[in-house]
Design a protein around this ligand. Sequence first.
Ligand code: NAD
Length: 485
Amino acid sequence: MANTLKLFIDGEFTEGRSWFDDINPATGKLAARVAEAGADEVDRAVQAAKRALDGPWGKMSINERGALLAKVADRIMERFDEFLAAEINDTGKPVSWASRIDIPRGAANFRIFANQARSFGSDAYMQSTPDGLGAVNYVQRRPLGVVGVICPWNLPLLLMTWKVGPALAAGNTVVVKPSEETPATATLLGEVMNEVGIPKGVYNVVHGFGPGSAGEAITQHPDVSAITFTGESATGEAIMRTAASGLKKLSFELGGKNPAIIFEDADFEAALAGTMRSVFANCGQVCLCSERVYVHRSHYDRFVEELAKGAQGLVRGNPFADTTTMGPLISEEHRKKVLSYYELAKQEGAEVVTGGGVPEVGAEFNEGSWIEPTIWTGLSHDARCIQEEVFGPVCHIMPFDDEEEAVHLANDTKYGLASAVWTTNLSQAHRVAQQIDSGIVWVNSWFLRDLRTPFGGVKASGIGREGGIYSLNFYTELKNICVKL
Ligand code: NAD
């Protein structure tokens, strides 16, 4: 009998309007049967979340809420192995990555945002008045209400708690829709919420798809005050259209086609190691991954050769084995999409330096969504494979001659999420970082995250910023109170 994953509404696990399959992408086998929510179930979740706002959650002090959220983080860590297994079965990602990134960072989001919400103050303004007595204005932060949280599949627990942590710390209640590909850890978190005493209705989980299913029902619901969404830019546009009626507040973290620039005076080995990670981590399925690599002509041939060697050295296999360094793509459907780009690249005139196909992984993994890490060269900059997000273990490498050209190429995209710049020239580092159109620029690193900093994208990569005070600003409504003295 397959495992079943139910909806979590008002503190209880409950069935939905139908069931759908959750497939383990490493094996291609059924991981779980999942309850699907339609408009009725979403409405029940939203009503429960509304009641919780008026109930004990809404009356708690920030310290009480923070203490409970710290217990959520602790309990996830106590049940670490269960969360780890659930995440790996849903995504196929290697245990070395999931145990270092997904689960610990997913848990930490609750503690960090609870602490931040407690430590941030609010603005006050002394105002002079004609009678000389003055007035004082101060800003009160109030929760938005019920927040709809719509999540992708690439870092399921981490990206969900990155939103749920600050939303709850700020006093909101949430209705979460995990990706249909990765429903397990959000469901398990429902158990944790009950175990540590989070009041019922504060955290609700509705499973399902986008249009005509749970996702759209959240964006249409009149009692949902805000939507925080991470996913594809095209989905963001669809959500924005639906959420326009009712004027919901929106925060969007969307797609990318991120550049990495390796300058002439970069530390070659560091740039190579960093680019190996930034291209192939999580099988290229991190929104921050580099899909466009620009290398100064003096290093170009050697860099292409060494990155290809690195790609060929990645080890596929049992995701639970410590030796595995590369998992599968998330699904057969996604593999079809990535393979269609592998084909398109050839039609567009790319030279395939390495990869380009489907590997033999053997035995129990033959039905999984495995794919070869791939490097292209030789495309013209307007090629679709250089302009469109593939979201797989693939990059195009192009040589450049000077800084101006590198900046121009980096910015020649509709996206603007993250960039990596490799150079030991301090002035060049600052000069280039300041000219690149993206929400974050890493200099001599990649995926180094301080959760107090603003995170988000420009152009088609997002709207708004989350992280630290920026999350708190999104998840609260500011009210000015003016007191005449
Ligand atoms: P997706 O847009 O296909 O799906 C994301 C979520 O939206 C899923 O839960 C899905 O069911 C839901 N959804 C789809 N259509 C909807 C609709 N009409 N109304 C409401 N909900 C709907 O994205 P994905 O394939 O899960 O994730 C990969 C994408 O996410 C990539 O583009 C990647 O770059 C992006 N991403 C961005 C960030 C970031 O921080 N900017 C982080 C991770 C992933």
